[in-house]
Design a protein around this ligand. Structure first.
Ligand code: 2BA
Length: 109
């Protein structure tokens, strides 16, 4: 068994959870925050058998889009202004960041 942990954009989270339900995969959604952008994102935990992993990964791939996001500049408070960039910078935020972990034991009580 594997645990798939997928960090996705909030905009894709309903579509992805509907698709997982349609394909009869169980998932838990956690509200999370990206360390870099400090913006909300959604982390899915999906426990599934090894033979389903590729199917789940393709469902994630099909339902999560990569987008450009603007990062607003933060003015240096009494700091060094030399490296200050006074205009918004665009970053590419991925469709999904996915980790596949082995599960040692799985119980439901
Ligand atoms: P954030 O940390 O808010 O990052 C959003 C996007 O900003 C990233 O997209 C990346 O394009 C850019 N970025 C992140 N750190 C950067 C840095 N130090 N310098 C320049 N640009 C940077 P993604 O890579 O697609 O990541 C989307 C979200 O997935 C991340 O949101 C984070 O919540 C999660 N994530 C990505 N890599 C991770 C990792 N290795 N471990 C845990 N979570 C991760």
């Amino acid at each position: 068994m594997k645990l798939i942990v997928a960090v996705v954009q909030d905009k894709d989270s309903n579509r992805l959870s509907d698709a997982l339900v349609d394909h009869k995969y169980q998932a838990t959604k956690l509200a999370s925050t990206g360390g870099f952008l400090k913006a909300g994102n959604t982390t899915f935990m999906i426990g599934t058998e090894n033979e389903n992993v590729q199917d789940v990964l393709s469902i994630i791939k099909d339902n999560c889009k990569s987008r450009e996001q603007l990062v607003a500049p933060i003015s240096p408070m009494g700091g060094n202004a030399d490296s200050y960039v006074p205009y918004p910078v665009e970053v590419q935020v991925g469709g999904a960041t996915v980790f596949v972990l082995p599960v040692e034991e799985f119980e439901k009580f």
